[in-house]
Design a binder for this molecule. Structure first.
Ligand SMILES: Cc1cc2nc3c(=O)[nH]c(=O)nc-3n(C[C@H](O)[C@H](O)[C@H](O)COP(=O)(O)OP(=O)(O)OC[C@H]3O[C@@H](n4cnc5c(N)ncnc54)[C@H](O)[C@@H]3O)c2cc1C
Length: 347
């Protein structure tokens, strides 16, 4: 069976693996790459993602802030080479009086304006359903949030990579791995100078036990049956770590919230539990008597969470690198992570 040699082998073609490969191809055109996924591209967490990105840091650390700043410049760098179909979203942030300091610390952009209930109601097609408690402060952001259709984005990236003659093996589980080679179940043998493991919420065997006490948690979002207007803004409930995202092209509003179901596995069929619905509908009821009635199903998968909530890159050995801890924000941090890998691992 054929052997393929390359400078870099990427195992796992979710948004993190594909963004890294795309950026590496742009920054270093002579780098040869092979990508492998045991499923079709988009089968993992990335295929379920809401693809929403705000400039809110995950942690109040220098690294947390750096990831936001670097991510936004890398996104621009990619845009210069591929016409990424990202949609800018105006956004309202609803923040409790006692959280304002934290919010201002975590929001890493300079476009915040003070706003009010009346503006939100006027600008938003579901505004009349919303009653924002008077002790909440409302901020408006004109341009720092966007959303991406991740299946489409991953398709754009894989097309770009194939056009540059990089090999992508889909539905190709790994049969055997040693220091020299990775052999696929099809018998194809892959040899590379460096391996990057971006397997998302899947653990890759004993040899690559997650190093950062990563745990797998359910991630769920409701779909609300109200067709958004093209220019509807997103609404972020900062205290509840939840948001309402208008998806006019899909014909519904998506409500993201934090499920508390830990230690699930990507191989099992994941569904909403009663507890998930209780959490989500409880948040909606704080702001609206009607929105909960629009519940019309949703999407459920899982993601890999690190204790700090930050994505980390672990060097397993000189040739093996593992990305872990996407923590429900793997899309918006994928640009910065890709850049960090290109800078620190591929030079
Ligand atoms: C419902 C939902 C909504 C979300 N909304 C947002 C959002 O709005 N904004 C945001 O930033 N993030 C969001 N996220 C989180 C984000 O989608 C994830 O953090 C991100 O997609 C993780 O990407 P990944 O590349 O690490 O993993 P994945 O997309 O899971 O990719 C991993 C890939 O590795 C492959 N693989 C696994 N094991 C092997 C193996 N042994 N050999 C070969 N291939 C293997 C899998 O088949 C898979 O394709 C959401 C997630 C969910 C589930």
């Amino acid at each position: 069976m054929k052997e393929y040699q390359s400078d870099l082998l990427i195992i796992g073609c979710g948004i993190v693996g594909l963004t890294t490969a795309t950026l590496a191809a742009i920054r270093n055109p002579s780098l040869s790459m092979t990508l492998v996924d045991k499923n079709l591209i988009g089968f993992g967490a990335s295929g379920y993602s809401a693809g929403f990105s705000t400039p809110l840091a995950k942690t109040d650390t220098e690294n947390g802030k750096k990831l936001i700043i670097e991510g936004s410049s890398v996104m621009q760098e990619l845009q210069d080479h591929i016409d990424l179909k990202l949609k800018k979203k105006q956004a309202y942030y609803i923040v409790g009086a006692t959280s304002i300091n934290n919010f201002q610390k975590y929001y890493i952009a300079s476009d915040l304006e003070d706003s009010n209930d009346c503006a939100l109601k006027t600008k938003c097609s579901i505004g009349n359903y919303l009653n924002i408690p008077t002790d909440k402060k409302i901020y408006f952001s004109r341009q720092s949030a966007h959303c991406a259709d991740l299946p489409m984005l991953m398709n754009q990236m894989s097309l770009f990579l194939r056009r540059k003659a990089h090999m992508i093996f889909e539905c190709s589980p790994i049969h055997h791995m040693d220091k020299e080679h990775i052999t696929l179940e099809s018998g194809v043998s892959l040899k590379s100078k460096k391996n990057l493991f971006t397997t998302g919420p899947w653990q890759y065997g004993e040899a690559l036990q997650k190093t950062n006490q990563v745990k797998i948690k359910k991630v769920a979002a409701l779909h609300l049956a109200s067709i958004p207007a093209e220019d509807d803004p997103a609404i972020i409930f900062f205290d509840e770590k939840a948001f309402l995202l208008p998806l006019p092209e899909k014909g519904y509003w998506l409500m993201s919230f934090t499920s508390e179901d830990w230690d699930v596995a990507p191989k099992q069929q994941l569904t909403f539990s009663e507890k998930d619905l209780e959490i989500a509908l409880g948040i909606l009821r704080k702001y609206s008597n009607e929105l909960g009635d629009l519940f019309s199903g949703g999407r459920v998968f899982c993601d890999h969470y690190s204790p700090s909530g930050e994505i980390s890159i672990s060097t397993l050995s000189k040739a093996n690198l593992l990305v872990e801890g996407a923590s429900g924000s793997g899309y918006r941090f994928s640009y910065a992570i890709a850049s960090q890998i290109c800078r620190e691992f591929l030079t």
